[in-house]
Ligand binder design. Structure first.
Ligand SMILES: Cc1cc2nc3c(=O)[nH]c(=O)nc-3n(C[C@H](O)[C@H](O)[C@H](O)COP(=O)(O)OP(=O)(O)OC[C@H]3O[C@@H](n4cnc5c(N)ncnc54)[C@H](O)[C@@H]3O)c2cc1C
Length: 413
């Protein structure tokens, strides 16, 4: 039935690769083209700031699929190719080499790219950004030489790179305009926990100050901060957030806001075009608003849902946001979405680095983060999804299993 149809996926990252895999699994037997700018076949990015960056695992650990996977399934994987425009009147995607690909369905899975710092010295050698395997290779090679690293930005990427560099024995300074690392996402309480974790591992934290300039003769030698300090260094990593790659959608007149706007079936404002992963701001049935997140799990699960919707199913994407981070020996998982909250409470002592934090509004849990405590993401997600009314005393009592908070509500009915 589908043999004469062509589905094209722009963006060979995790979301694109999982969509291609799912299309074949679901029986799509038409032409399937997966286009990616990078020369590398689709990869998982989390190891690029962690074990791959530290040289603990090789390239085989970063690919989404084995080398033969795409050819075996007749997925035309076109690497080193960039889609530059979208001709909706002809249903064609135009590549940089002039090739035009006609599509019956198109998935935009173009992800996100690091925001660049437009400051003096920004182009000096030794100023690194981190997104691709290539970026990680370049940084890995540079970290292996040791020396002093300045990390600009204490978000997830900055914090993970700082941790990896300390584990490799470099001297590390983090410069961050907020008063705490990760403060924008986690707030003051958890920001303080992460600050202390890094201080304990010997990172120097310059908080509440930005970066004015990178200086050096050809290569970066020092960083000048906005509060007038200079920090000598051998290299810099900038981790100041990413921006969704929405150009194709914008140029084609699709609805775009903070990301490509899609409905709960990941369909854009054009019925034959879908979007998934970091680039998609998807209407979320649970939140009743559009949500765009930059999380591995979101790309992993949205790709398959987009694929099924491209085949005409009406499956909504309604998973709660979930992400993880590893820094030194401290691993964590975060579930939910807390944009504003009225308090944060702890189950367990944050100083022990084995605890669960909850972000609450009234008697409802908005988000939960387990640090060094495992197998609790499911009950945390149930509390959020089922909007279970909780009281702080029970929530923070480690003797009461999280599952029982849930069960107590069921008994009351
Ligand atoms: C170093 C690093 C560490 C991370 N660690 C974690 C973690 O610990 N936990 C977590 O939850 N998340 C983590 N993330 C985030 C996670 O990796 C992303 O959310 C995920 O990669 C998003 O996948 P995606 O397929 O939407 O986009 P991407 O991975 O960005 O893939 C998009 C692909 O599309 C290609 N592309 C873009 N434009 C075009 C075009 N016009 N034509 C053709 N191809 C194009 C790009 O080159 C890219 O290969 C990390 C990210 C990075 C960079």
């Amino acid at each position: 039935m589908t043999a004469d149809r062509t589905f094209v996926i722009a963006g060979a990252g995790l979301a694109g690769a999982k969509a291609a895999e799912t299309l074949r699994e679901e029986g799509f037997d038409g032409r399937l083209v997966l286009i990616g700018t990078e020369e590398e076949r689709p990869c998982e990015r989390p190891p690029l700031s962690k074990e791959y960056l530290r040289g603990e695992v090789g390239r085989e650990k970063v690919h989404v699929h084995d080398e033969g996977f795409y050819a075996e399934r007749e997925i035309e994987l076109r690497l080193g190719r960039t889609a530059v425009s979208l001709d909706r009147s002809m249903s064609e995607l135009v590549l940089a080499n002039g090739e035009r690909l006609r599509y019956d369905r198109l998935l935009l899975a173009t992800g996100a790219e690091p925001r660049r710092l437009a400051i003096p010295g920004g182009e000096l050698d030794g100023v690194h950004y981190l997104r691709s395997v290539r970026d990680s290779d370049a940084l890995r090679e540079r970290l292996a030489r040791g020396g002093a690293l300045v990390v600009v930005g204490a978000g997830w990427i900055g914090c993970e790179v700082a941790a990896s560099a300390r584990q490799l024995g470099l001297d590390v300074t983090v410069v961050e305009p907020s008063s705490l690392p990760l403060e924008r996402v986690l707030g003051a309480e958890l920001g303080a926990v992460y600050r202390d974790i890094h201080l304990d591992h010997g990172v120097r934290m310059l908080l509440g100050t930005g970066v004015e300039a990178f200086e050096g003769a050809g290569a970066v030698e020092r960083v000048r901060t906005s509060d007038g300090r200079t920090v000598d260094c051998d290299l810099v990593v900038v981790g100041v957030g990413v921006r969704p790659r929405t150009e194709l959608a914008e140029q084609a007149g699709l609805a775009v806001g903070d990301g490509i706007l899609v409905d709960e079936h990941l369909r854009t404002s054009a019925p034959d075009i879908f979007a998934a992963g970091d680039v998609a701001a998807a209407q979320h049935p649970f939140y009743g608003e559009r949500v765009r997140v930059e999380h591995w799990a979101n790309a992993l699960h949205q790709g398959p849902v987009a694929a099924r919707c491209m085949l005409g199913r009406t499956e909504p994407y309604d998973r709660l946001p979930y992400f993880f981070s590893d820094q030194y020996e401290v691993g964590m998982e975060y579930s939910g979405l807390a944009r504003s909250w009225d308090r944060v409470v702890f189950r367990g002592d944050p100083a022990s680095r084995e605890f669960v934090a909850f972000w609450l509004a009234g008697d409802r849990v908005l988000a939960g983060m387990n640090v060094g405590v495992w197998d609790v993401a499911d009950p945390i997600q149930r509390l959020i999804r089922e909007r279970v009314p909780v009281d702080d005393r029970r929530l923070t009592d480690p003797e009461i299993p999280l599952e029982q908070l849930d069960a107590s509500r069921v008994r009351k009915r």
